[in-house]
Design a protein around this ligand. Structure first.
Ligand SMILES: Cc1cc2nc3c(=O)[nH]c(=O)nc-3n(C[C@H](O)[C@H](O)[C@H](O)COP(=O)(O)OP(=O)(O)OC[C@H]3O[C@@H](n4cnc5c(N)ncnc54)[C@H](O)[C@@H]3O)c2cc1C
Length: 387
């Protein structure tokens, strides 16, 4: 299916789309994507290529070593990556979030150049074994001793922690002030990965297998006193400015998986014969796919709308949450219908459909679970806060 908004794209957006599609067809053909998924590999060479071609620096100002552009441009690259290898799109979004957090804080901007070029990798450690949605209950602690932060605790499901140079970690440095939310006292710290106090181990997931998801242990890990991002005790505040972007880019991952799966199934149902003709002639095959194509189109428009609101500096929290929700639910319906239409081939190792089917699952609960997103949208509509 042709990209829905192609006719409305500006020239530089079309050029970007062609450029990322060209790069991926040369450096990430299906065989490599399948191998990365099967063997749970993070493809560092592809990552470097993305960096050399300015893709990793999108959304970060050129004066700091980024490539400029806004959320609309990042959405294009995220979607195209997810169409081929959704795991890499997850890493792309998370590394981009670290960059945006740095830029928002106006501190540590010297770290952008290495991130944008792909030379250095920074991971983003918020989730813990005790929970991901209820971030404020996190238990990792840091104390300031003789000019260094000493960090103890555990993080879980952290993308690329094994590969990273620095781990941007949300920790508790102070007890919440009385009468204030549990958010007060949380601090975002930049912790160097390569030191005896930090241990990272890969976690073997059945979805997003090439994303390099890890558990991280901090045992008297050290970070310099000035490694705070934003202000001490206001770590959540440092992240808050990027949450809408994260939701829109997460929705772009859903769109990429949806486009990949739809293209694949449309080819299949027109080629596969049963009972004397292509299976695509059966209404039972046509209707679910037609409905999913319509839903994907609607979701694409919402994602684009939210991205453009953010790029224009307009309030976009409600629209970003809606885009995340709608795209995630839509792609899960789509991959289910597409895999059904392909019968056994929908789950065969040799077909990317089984990868889309598995990877779409992440979109339901990460980076924020859809039930919580429903609560956020409900609150934006004037209903009481539920979480
Ligand atoms: C491949 C992958 C990569 C990841 N990368 C990172 C990363 O780089 N950094 C990082 O910090 N984290 C990362 N995560 C973690 C991810 O952000 C969490 O999985 C996510 O936030 C959900 O947390 P949880 O899994 O602990 O689910 P829980 O918080 O335990 O929630 C489980 C379920 O409970 C229900 N629920 C919870 N809260 C509410 C509520 N308020 N209202 C209604 N229902 C609710 C929902 O149905 C939800 O799905 C990654 C996860 C995966 C799988």
């Amino acid at each position: 299916m042709v990209e829905i908004l192609h006719a409305f794209r500006e020239d530089h957006e079309r050029a970007l789309t062609e450029s990322i599609q060209g790069l991926l067809s040369r450096h990430l053909p299906e065989e490599r994507a399948a191998q990365a998924d099967r063997e749970r590999l993070f493809l560092r060479d592809v990552w470097k290529t993305l960096g050399e071609n300015g893709m990793l620096g999108l959304g970060m100002p050129e004066e700091h070593g980024g490539s400029g552009g806004g959320v609309a441009e990042s959405t294009i690259v995220t979607r195209e990556l997810a169409r081929i290898l959704p795991s890499m799109a997850v890493d792309y979004v998370l590394c981009g979030m670290v960059g945006r957090t740095i830029i928002d804080s106006g501190q540590h901007t010297n770290l952008i150049e290495g991130l944008a070029s792909g030379e250095r990798i920074y991971s983003y450690a918020l989730s813990e074994p005790g929970g991901g949605s209820d971030l404020l209950s996190l238990r990792t602690q840091a104390t300031l001793e003789q000019g260094m932060w000493r960090v103890n605790g555990q993080k879980l499901w952290i993308s690329l922690a094994n590969e990273s140079d620095l781990i941007f970690t949300l920790v508790r440095t102070d007890e919440p002030e009385s009468g204030r939310s549990r958010a007060s006292g949380l601090t975002l710290l930049i912790i160097p990965k390569n030191q005896p106090g930090v241990e990272t181990n890969k976690v073997n997931l059945s979805i997003m297998r090439a994303a390099g998801t890890c558990e991280v242990f901090f045992t008297d890990a050290l970070a310099p006193a000035d490694s705070v991002v934003g202000e001490r005790g206001r770590g959540l505040h440092a992240l808050r400015g990027t949450l809408d972007v994260e939701r829109v880019l997460s929705a772009a991952i859903s769109l990429g998986i949806g486009h990949g799966a739809l293209d694949l199934v449309l080819r299949y149902v027109n080629e596969r014969d049963a009972f004397g003709g292509p299976i695509g002639r059966f209404q039972a095959v046509q209707h679910p796919l037609a409905e999913s194509a319509a839903e994907l189109t609607a979701a694409s428009l919402l994602v684009e709308y939210a991205a453009r609101l953010i790029d224009r500096g307009l309030p976009a929290s409600q629209e970003s949450a809606m885009a995340k929700l709608v795209a995630a639910e839509c792609v899960n319906r789509l991959v289910d219908r597409a895999a059904r239409a392909m019968g056994a081939m929908g789950i065969a190792e040799e077909s990317p459909m089984q990868r889309y089917l598995r990877d779409a699952r992440l979109q339901l609960f990460s980076p924020v679970n859809n039930d919580l997103v429903r609560g956020i949208v409900a609150q934006s509509l004037g209903m009481p806060r539920s979480y």
